[in-house]
Write a protein that binds this ligand. Structure first.
Ligand code: NAD
Ligand code: GLY
Length: 358
């Protein structure tokens, strides 16, 4: 097992990464304020892993409530959030009850937001079961839900007390979902670490074949980069925005195509290709690097081009991005592979030229 720390003073917390961690209640118990938890999961993950976790906790003397939500990005909304509150109130959950998110990024974001709001804040633990959640969404405390007018628009920064990433859970993950997680892994190489980008190009087949040592390294390295960034800029006043590479375009694709039709990671990959194209038009990234990036997405089983929503639709959806300041979109672009920057100084004609449908 590898252990990292997200260093946030008295709100610091460990990330444990390894195999067979779901039943390691010795890692969970020290983080409970009382022997009562509510596990939030969904109809897909529950039959796979809920009993394993819940039984291990019950055997350790913990009272466990199970909350099983419908599966899917389309359910990351107020109605589903309210289902969590209904269950917590009906189950008499108290201030010291810990919420445990067992699932992918949708369950993690919903549960974290519920924990931030319920009784004005209760402790929570992330047990991510998708690659995307293990390398990104379970770490850093961004929680929230979608609004029909924009993705992740309602939410809170609220850190978990523990992240437990059991690599074994990835063996039941559909290949398309694994690829979606690889988009976020590739992101870390692009924004922060050119050597890691090259390592990914060499090791992509082993990653897709779920080789344990290769996966462990990729997850640990991704979490280390994310933890370092979050420790410096928890509330995204600067550096953390770089983690949104490809997301301004990607959220437009997700919203424009209808939530759930393009997976988040797929939209981020296609969005990053647009960001790379724009970076090239700005005179920063070389065409050769854009081609290398697209080749790595193909090797990861991801799209290497964006859908044609039309320029107006892209501009409309991108105008709803959280990074809009004074009505101007702030883009995350690439100076080179391994170095990202944010800028609002993008000539309108360059932006329009890189959008599909131009
Ligand atoms: P997801 O949560 O929808 O999970 C993908 C699918 O895999 C779902 O059908 C899920 O039920 C299923 N699943 C989960 N674990 C499984 C397993 N072990 N075996 C089989 N099936 C399994 O999607 P995701 O890609 O994990 O997360 C995407 C979400 O995360 C988006 O809503 C995105 O906005 C959010 N996100 C949040 C952050 C953050 O910092 N909070 C960062 C990135 C993404
Ligand atoms: N996934 C982007 C962030 O956590 O900041």
């Amino acid at each position: 097992m590898q252990t990292l720390t997200v260093a946030l003073g008295e709100r610091s917390y460990p990330i444990h990464i390894g195999v067979n961690l779901l039943t390691r209640t010795d890692l969970i118990l020290p983080h409970l304020l009382q022997a009562q938890v509510a596990i939030v999961t969904n109809t897909t993950v529950a039959p796979l892993y809920l009993a394993k976790l819940a039984n291990a906790l019950r055997a350790s003397g913990v009272m466990v409530q199970e909350i099983i939500l419908p599966d899917g990005e389309v359910h990351k909304n107020w109605q589903t959030l309210n289902q969590i509150f209904d269950a917590l109130l009906a189950g008499h959950c108290e201030r010291k009850t810990t919420l445990i998110a067992l699932g992918g990024g949708v369950i993690g974001d919903l549960t974290g937001f519920a924990a931030a709001c319920y009784l004005r804040g209760v402790p929570f633990i992330q047990i991510p079961t998708t690659l995307l959640a293990q390398v990104d969404s379970s770490v850093g405390g961004k929680t929230g839900i979608n609004h029909p007018l924009g993705k992740n628009m309602i939410g809170a920064f609220y850190q978990p007390g523990l992240v437990l990433a059991d690599i074994n859970t990835l063996h039941t993950l559909p290949a398309r979902e694994l690829s979606a997680g690889l988009a976020e892994v590739i992101k870390y190489g692009l924004i922060y670490d050119a050597t890691f980008f090259d390592w990914l190009a060499t090791n992509m087949s082993a990653l897709r074949a779920l080789d344990t040592a290769t996966l462990t390294y990729a997850i640990e390295h991704s979490c280390a980069i994310k933890a370092a960034i979050v420790a410096q800029d928890e509330r995204e006043s600067g550096l953390r925005a770089l983690l949104n590479l490809g997301h301004t375009f990607g959220h437009a694709i997700e919203s424009g195509m209808g939530y759930g039709n393009w997976l988040h990671g797929e939209a981020v990959a296609a969005g990053t290709v647009l960001a790379a194209d724009l970076s090239c038009r700005m005179g920063w990234l070389t065409q050769n690097d854009v081609d290398r990036l697209r080749a790595l997405y193909r090797a990861a089983g991801l799209p290497d081009s964006a859908p044609n929503l039309g320029v107006d639709a892209y501009l409309k959806w991108m105008g709803l991005d959280k990074k809009v300041e004074n009505g101007r979109i702030r883009f995350v672009l690439l100076r080179r592979i391994g170095e990202a920057v944010t800028t609002a100084d993008v000539p309108a004609e360059l932006l329009s030229a890189c959008l599909p449908g131009a």
